[in-house]
Write a protein that binds this ligand. Structure first.
Ligand code: IDP
Ligand code: MG
Length: 134
C-alpha cells in the first residue's frame, strides 16, 4: 500500500452533461484529496502528447478530435493507492461493460465518450500531471 498522486480529467462529454460536480463528489466521498484543478480546452499538440501511447491506433484521430472538442477539468488527486482507487471509481474503459455504481457505468454508453480519464499507473500519473500541471 502506498500514498499516491494521480491525474483525473472530466472529458468534454462530462462537462457538456453537467457532471463536473458529480465526478468530484465521488472522489471526495471516497476520502481522496483534491490537490490541484484547472479548466481548459486541450490543444491538438497537447492531446497528441497526452494520448501518445495510442498514436497509430484506428481510433486515435477521433480520440484527439473528441478530447479537443470542448473544455475539460483536469485534476490531481492524492490518497492511499490513489491510482487504482480512482480507476475503480471510474469503471472499465467500455461503458457498456462498466459496473453500475461506477462513473462510466452510471453515465455513459459509448467507449469514445466515457466521461472521465484516469492515469493507469504511478508512472503515467507522473507523466500526465507533468503535462497538465508541470
Ligand atoms: P482508459 O481511458 O480506460 O485508460 P485507454 O485504453 O487508455 O482507456 O483508451 C483511452 C481512451 O480512448 C478511452 O477512454 C476511450 O475513450 C478511447 N478508446 C479506447 N479504446 C477505444 C476503441 O476501441 N474505440 C474507440 N475509442 C476507444
Ligand atoms: Mg488510459
Amino acid at each position: 500500500m502506498a500514498h499516491q498522486h494521480t491525474f483525473v480529467m472530466v472529458k468534454p462529454d462530462g462537462v457538456r452533461k453537467g457532471l463536473i460536480g458529480e465526478v468530484i463528489s465521488r472522489f471526495e466521498a471516497k476520502g481522496l484529496t483534491l490537490e490541484q484543478m484547472r479548466m481548459l480546452t486541450i490543444a491538438e499538440e497537447m492531446a497528441n502528447e497526452h494520448y501518445g501511447e495510442h498514436a497509430g491506433r484506428p481510433f486515435f484521430p477521433s480520440l484527439v478530435e473528441f478530447i479537443t472538442s470542448g473544455p475539460v477539468v483536469a485534476m490531481e488527486w492524492s490518497g492511499e493507492e490513489a491510482v487504482s482507487v480512482c480507476r475503480t471509481i471510474m469503471g472499465v474503459t467500455n461503458p457498456v461493460e462498466a459496473a453500475p455504481g461506477t462513473i462510466r457505468g452510471d453515465y455513459a454508453l459509448e467507449i469514445g465518450e466515457n466521461i472521465v480519464h484516469g492515469s493507469d499507473s504511478p508512472e503515467s500519473a507522473a507523466r500526465e500531471l507533468g503535462i497538465f500541471f508541470g
